[in-house]
Design a protein around this ligand. Structure first.
Ligand SMILES: *Cc1c(COP(=O)(O)O)cnc(C)c1O
Length: 453
């Protein structure tokens, strides 16, 4: 049953476009929101309806949808030099500058950067680098990759194998050799009577056991988001990264921080690893790297990884990998501007200043008996809906989809994830916009809970 006319934008979208990660019955029911433009944190559809996008696109549009400086940086670079690659000993001047800048803002005093078009490709690239290093070092068995339950590392065949979500079963994934450890979610995974500190200890012991079972010489790397993002905004339990890294170091297994969401301010610091006080061996960046104004990802190698990769390259004098648009000059020019906007022009300060207001607003909403947990940090939060205690609603009720759809009706975009609702707004949000977000969410939650309880 559709509610839109033939030849409408909604009908045309459905006839010719394939949808990723979309609940199709709800599209048939409600029609696609076809978006024409944005203003600050708001988007507008073809019917002129305005929505506050509390997810800043997909976590990435941190400077809002109409940042003049970012658009101008892109236009200026399109006029100067609209596109080039980074193969065969050539590279744009913008690419050179961005790599310098990324290492300057990294947690290390030296390192090197490799560019991709997306976060998925950056994770794939990192895995290929690890495999390449292992073989060059005479350890061809060193190929297994460790990630955690509910992790999201992307959708390409390798990064989807790292993504630990049940939906990948329909593709026959994960590939062999991708091992998923327990999700570090204390509220959900902690046992009765287990303290947070004991939970952390158990997860570190699990890592130790998996390494013993598989053999340290078969494991190429451990990948982790500082806060699991698409897994439902799950901050780590206290001491988690310190405990995990101690085990990894003992077995000489690199820790790669997938900072595709956390990188560039989302947690209130430049990197999520700073918020949780650890120094990874490599960083994966994308999303806010260009404030969403250009598709781009980056693999950033710390000192040790840089040296290992160089040693692997030396005998064959080439790293045989790269994308046509790796280090695209327009993307690099946009990223250089985005880094300035976030770090120098006050956007990250706005996250610092606004976190308290956001948390307080959501804590008020979370008093509702059907909210089991409020969790988050900086400008990434989730409210977990429950029937009661920790018991979820019946799946057939599609509670978080209902909440998201009700929000959409009221002009607020928010994201259903499992039975949680995720909020990760632009860093530019004013107090009034923050209040609008909380009020609209509160009204939608009350309406939906009243209907199903
Ligand atoms: C979004 C995301 C990716 C994948 O990035 P794409 O650009 O969508 O390929 C990888 N890792 C994390 C943590 C992400 O949130």
């Amino acid at each position: 049953m559709t509610h839109y006319a033939p030849n409408s934008w909604e009908a045309r979208a459905e006839e010719f476009s394939l949808y990723g990660f979309t609940d199709l019955p709800s599209i048939r029911d409600r029609g696609t929101v076809v978006v024409t433009h944005g203003e600050g944190p708001y988007i507008f559809d073809t019917n002129g309806k305005k929505y506050l996008d509390s997810n800043s696109g997909l976590w990435n549009m941190v400077a809002g949808f109409d940042h003049k400086g970012l658009a101008e940086a892109a236009k200026a670079q399109y006029d100067r030099f609209p596109g080039y690659h980074a193969f065969f000993g050539r590279m744009s001047d913008q690419t050179v500058q961005l790599s310098e800048r990324l290492i300057e803002v990294s947690p290390w005093d030296r390192g090197k950067v490799f560019y991709t078009n997306s976060g998925s490709e950056a994770n794939d690239t990192m895995v290929k680098m690890l495999w390449f290093m292992g073989r060059a070092e005479g350890a061809p068995k060193k190929r297994k990759i460790l990630t955690r339950g509910n992790a999201y590392h992307g959708v390409t065949a390798v990064s989807a194998s790292m993504t630990a979500k049940p939906y990948n079963e329909v593709f026959g994934l994960p590939l062999p050799g991708f091992i998923h450890l327990t999700c570090p979610h204390y509220w959900r995974e902690g046992r009765d009577g287990e303290s947070e500190a004991d939970f952390t200890k158990r997860l570190a012991q699990e890592l130790e056991d998996v390494i013993a079972r598989e053999g340290a010489d078969t494991i190429a790397g451990f990948f982790a988001e500082p806060v699991l993002g698409a897994g439902g905004v799950i901050p780590p339990p206290a001491g988690y990264f310190q405990a995990m890294q101690a085990v990894l170091k003992r077995h000489d297994i690199p820790l790669i921080s997938d900072e595709v969401i956390c990188g560039f301010g989302r947690t209130g610091n430049t990197w999520g690893c700073q918020t949780y006080d650890f120094i990874p061996d490599a960083i994966i960046s994308s999303k806010a790297l260009t404030a969403g104004y250009f598709p781009m990802g980056a693999v950033m190698l710390g000192p040790q990884m840089t040296d290992r990769l160089q040693a692997a390259i030396d005998p064959i004098e080439e790293f045989p990998h790269g994308f046509t648009a790796s280090g695209h000059p327009v993307g690099c020019a946009v990223a250089l501007k985005a880094i300035d906007v976030v770090l120098e022009e006050g956007l990250m300060d706005m996250v610092h200043a606004g976190t308290g207001r956001m948390e307080a607003g959501l804590r008020e909403i979370a008093k509702h008996p059907n909210i089991g947990e409020l969790r988050g940090v900086g400008y990434m939060w989730a409210l977990e809906a429950v029937r009661e205690g920790k018991t979820p609603f019946e799946g057939t009720l599609s509670v978080s989809e209902r909440i998201a759809n009700t929000c959409t009706d009221h002009g607020l975009i928010c994201r259903p994830l499992g039975q949680a609702v995720v909020l990760c707004p632009a860093f530019t949000l004013t107090d009034a916009q923050m209040d609008e977000m909380c009020e609209k969410l509160d009204a939608a939650l009350r309406k939906v809970f009243a209907e199903i309880t």
